[in-house]
Design a protein. Sequence first.
Length: 69
Amino acid sequence: MKSIEEKIEDLEDEVFRKVSYLILKDLERYGPEKVANEINEGSQGNYYVVPTDEGVRECVSNLINKKFN
């Protein structure tokens, strides 16, 4: 039986995977500039995503690597 902490961690991982997927899906649908601008606005100046396809994909890749390392 999983502890509450393990259950919360599992939920956080699932939410993280879904958010990453949605970012990449939005990238295809709306283009890199719109997605990068949304991420940059949401970060409130904490980081900057280059408004290119490569920049957005690098951002998602960094998030995934940070989460699972």
